[in-house]
Design a protein around this ligand. Structure first.
Ligand code: TYM
Length: 360
């Protein structure tokens, strides 16, 4: 195409999906329904990259991510979960972040584009850092900038995530836009006539379970870090554990309502019905038509059965894959090699646009 310095990069954005999951242990039903289920679906319509974000994992204190052996184990476990849930690592790209150095390189450039004021507004940093912000790592503060680099190093256009990532995605869009503005002339000079080098990645926050709540407190998000294991269903839980956790799940004394608006002031009931809807592919209204007016126990029994039917095959496939680290590592290695080809192309053009002198 005769455009200087941009290699084979095309001007029009190719629709491409990117998303990431942290290897910090305890993958749970929220990760599955809020993110992984959508990863699986998008394979039908898009080219997808699914990344185990090990560099994000180490932004937390070492006690949280568990140290080197645990990090490696969890990286393989998340990879196993992807594959067990139905992601095809041959057709799409599955890899771990630290094997593609361009993520870190682009993050540095984005550090110089993003503003401190933007990062100061990030609610997840405030939640994760807690009261003693001075003791948080610089990496934790910078987390959303690395996220933007993850996405934009592939010039990805669509990002399936749970509700809690919405603000981070908005920051990625702001960074893409500011880069395009700051370097507009250079971007045009390198053959991108419309001045758009990075796309504005679109968050895909879809389905009835974009925010799965804790089983112990319907006002709190289901989370890997909750001290109570009863607050979440882990993807590796066996049938008995799933049954126990659902039977113990907090509810209120009223029977289930017959209409959806009856769930509005009942977060625990709403959460369980949402989980059922997401796992079964039925609407909440349809479920309340069947279970409304009845006691929670009947609904919970049916939910246990559904959860076990859906999750047990994933758990056993995960177990099989984790027992074969050679295979899992090969998937990550192959995926990283393919990811690197795309990332290298974006990075070379980015270096040229910024004005970094390099040998090509
Ligand atoms: P992580 O590992 O915390 O979460 C992985 C995915 O699970 C979703 N999720 C939930 N969805 C519904 N209900 C819940 N209770 C729940 N808990 C977690 C998250 O929204 C996420 O989609 N920052 C990302 C990792 C990341 C990333 C990226 C994502 C790094 N770089 C680039 C997209 C694009 C995260 O929080 O992962």
């Amino acid at each position: 195409m005769g455009r200087p310095g941009t290699g084979k990069l095309t001007m029009a954005f190719v629709e491409r999906v990117f998303s990431g999951v942290q290897p910090t242990g305890n993958l749970h039903l929220g990760n599955y329904l809020g993110a992984i289920v959508n990863f699986v679906k998008l394979q039908e319509t898009h080219n997808c990259l699914y990344c185990v974000v090990d560099m994000h994992a180490i932004t937390q204190p070492v006690e949280v991510w568990g140290g080197p052996a645990e990090l490696a184990r969890n990286t393989r476990e998340v990879t196993a979960a992807f594959i067990a849930a139905g992601i095809d690592p041959k057709k799409h790209i599955v890899f771990n972040q630290s094997q593609v150095l361009e993520h870190a390189e682009l993050a540095w450039i984005f550090n110089c584009v993003a503003r401190i004021g933007w990062l100061n507004r990030m609610t997840q940093f405030k939640d994760k850092a807690g009261k003693d912000r001075e003791a948080a790592s610089v990496g934790l503060y910078d987390y959303p900038v690395l996220m933007a680099a993850d996405i934009l190093v592939y010039r990805a256009t669509h990002v399936p995530v749970g509700e809690d990532q919405k603000q981070h995605l908005e920051l990625s869009r702001d960074i893409a836009q500011k880069f395009n503005n700051d370097f507009a002339e250079s971007i045009r000079g390198h053959g991108f006539d419309d001045g758009l080098f990075f796309p504005q990645p679109e968050p895909l926050i879809t389905g009835p379970a974009t925010r799965v709540m804790s089983l112990r407190d319907g006002t709190k998000k289901m989370s890997k870090s909750d001290a109570s294991d009863n607050s979440r269903i882990n993807l590796t839980d066996d049938a008995d554990t799933i049954a126990q956790k659902i039977r113990k799940a907090k509810t209120d004394p009223e029977p289930l309502p017959s209409e959806e608006k009856g769930l509005e002031t009942r977060p625990e009931a709403d959460n369980l019905v949402g989980i059922y809807a997401a796992l079964s592919g039925r609407t909440k209204a349809d479920l309340l038509g069947e279970f409304g007016g009845g006691q929670f126990s009947a609904f919970k029994n049916s939910l246990v059965e559904l959860c076990v039917t859906k999750l047990s095959p994933i758990a056993s496939e995960m177990k099989r894959l984790v027992a074969d680290p050679g295979y899992v590592d090969q998937v990550l290695f192959d995926g990283a090699a393919r990811a690197r080809v795309i990332a290298a192309e974006t990075m070379q053009a980015t270096r040229d646009i910024v004005g970094f002198v390099s040998k090509r």
